[in-house]
Design a protein around this ligand. Structure first.
Ligand code: FES
Length: 440
């Protein structure tokens, strides 16, 4: 555990030392205390439809292999040969009955068992190798609404408890209709030269940057069609019209209730507006009157620490690759009921906007790498980053779970860094609190 965290994250998360974005010791501790204990997204149901389907991902810096089993369940393993440790599966995804190590040829089943060892008998191991002891290291997996998360810590609470009341928000994007959603078009990946939290906070919490960082891109996309994207202020004064920020146990949700803000930047919003308006009654029946209006609204947020979403633009995960580098994996996510031509259009649109070379993504990456330039320098690393917008205005509300303020505020940053500090300080999960759950 890390001593002195309270000097790094101060005043309820309003000021955070820039050392947390560059220091190698802090980073090493994070791999243990954050990535060794939190529930991390590993796959969506629709990425692995058939038995034997697999994909490779990461938890912290550990390569992980995720496989659909014969009984339909999903299991995850360290993607490391149990003999001497090389990466076992080098493919990003595929279908396989077994996995053979390229080094000495040990063969593992889809359930992680060691099936076959060359020279197991008198010409090698003399039948003294207990294959039952040398299967792949299995990792705990649990699911919520088609999302599979994994956790290295046997003492961690259940995924459902970890998500707590935040699940109420997640339903609006992962369970908007009974048919659910689908991950489409494969995985886009890119490397970025900045600390993983800089890439994560941008989406967990940062609506404010859209106004300046993306001003040109927004202008190009909107032209003069006169739509709004949901973060304009104008005459709006009440919190619901301004949108909300909600933070629960480090998870963040920043959203509007207009039911159409996503589509303001689309090439042709008309068929999308027609689709959500046609479905609106079904959203209301499935999600209730309040949450139904999240569908189609501009939203950004994430599950602590690194699973993030901007519905309509891309869903993503940030993998740490050292204190000053990260890898972003991105997906297009759509409702399964969406007509096929709109599904195809969403894949293209996601690539154009928040794909690896998308108009909005490149704005963000430039700013994130500019942060990395100063937080690693001697004087710059001694400064604090400022997350004090709206400090003290967060409120509990009877109609929405979490601590709430208007959308353009630093509420979700503060929640995120308070949670980060809790994980960094705790000896074990016994010292990590979970917000009391109000909803079932
Ligand atoms: Fe994999 Fe030897 S390291 S079989």
């Amino acid at each position: 555990t890390m001593k002195g965290i309270e000097t790094l994250v101060r005043e309820s998360g309003a000021y955070v030392s820039r050392r947390v974005f560059s220091d190698a010791d802090i980073y090493k501790n994070e791999l243990e205390n954050v990535f060794g204990r939190t529930w991390q997204f590993v796959a969506h149901d629709t990425q692995l439809p058939k038995s034997g389907d697999f994909l490779t991902t990461f938890m912290g810096e550990d390569p992980v292999l995720v496989i659909r089993q014969e009984d339909g369940s999903i299991r995850a393993f360290l993607n490391a040969c149990s003999h001497r440790g090389p990466l076992l599966c080098m493919a990003e995804e595929g279908n396989a009955k077994s996995f053979s190590c390229p080094y000495h040829g040990w063969v593992f089943g889809a359930d992680g068992t060691l099936l076959n060892v060359p020279r197991e008998g008198g010409d090698g191991y003399h039948h003294q190798l207990d294959k039952g002891q040398w299967g792949l290291q299995s990792i705990r997996v649990e699911s919520y609404k088609g999302l599979y998360f994994a956790n290295f810590d046997p003492a961690a609470p259940s995924l459902r408890d970890y998500l707590g009341d935040f699940a109420w928000y997640l339903d609006a994007i992962f369970d908007p209709l009974p048919a659910g959603v689908e991950f489409l078009g494969g995985t886009m990946r890119q490397r970025l030269k900045c600390n993983w939290k800089i890439a994560a906070e941008n989406i967990v919490a940062d609506t404010y940057h859209v106004l300046a960082a993306h001003a040109v891109a927004v202008g190009v996309c909107m032209g003069d069609r006169g739509m709004q994207i949901g973060i304009e202020v104008g005459e709006k004064t009440d919190v619901d019209a301004l949108g909300i920020s909600a933070t629960i146990d480090g998870h963040g949700w920043n959203a509007n209730f207009d039911g159409q803000g996503i589509f303001g930047l689309f090439k042709d919003p008309a068929p999308w507006l027609a689709y959500v308006n046609r479905q609106r009654q079904r959203y209301i029946e499935h999600l209730g009157e309040r949450r139904a209006w999240f569908v189609g609204s501009s939203i950004d947020g994430g599950v602590f620490p690194n699973f993030l979403f901007v519905p309509g633009f891309t869903f993503r995960q940030i993998h740490p690759k050292g204190p000053n580098e990260c890898e972003i994996a991105m997906w297009t996510v759509v409702e399964r009921d969406l007509p096929p031509d709109l599904k195809r259009e969403m894949v293209r649109f996601n690539a154009r906007m928040l794909g690896t070379s998308g108009m909005f993504e490149t704005d963000d990456c430039a700013n994130m790498e500019r942060i990395a330039m100063t937080v690693n320098a001697t004087q710059g690393s001694r400064r604090d980053s400022h997350y004090a917008m709206g400090l003290g205005r967060e409120r509990e509300r009877s109609d929405l779970p979490g601590l709430i303020d208007q959308r353009v505020s630093d509420t979700c940053f503060r929640g995120y860094y308070r949670r980060w500090a809790e994980f960094m300080q705790a000896e074990s999960w016994r010292e990590i609190p979970l917000a009391p759950r109000k909803l079932t």
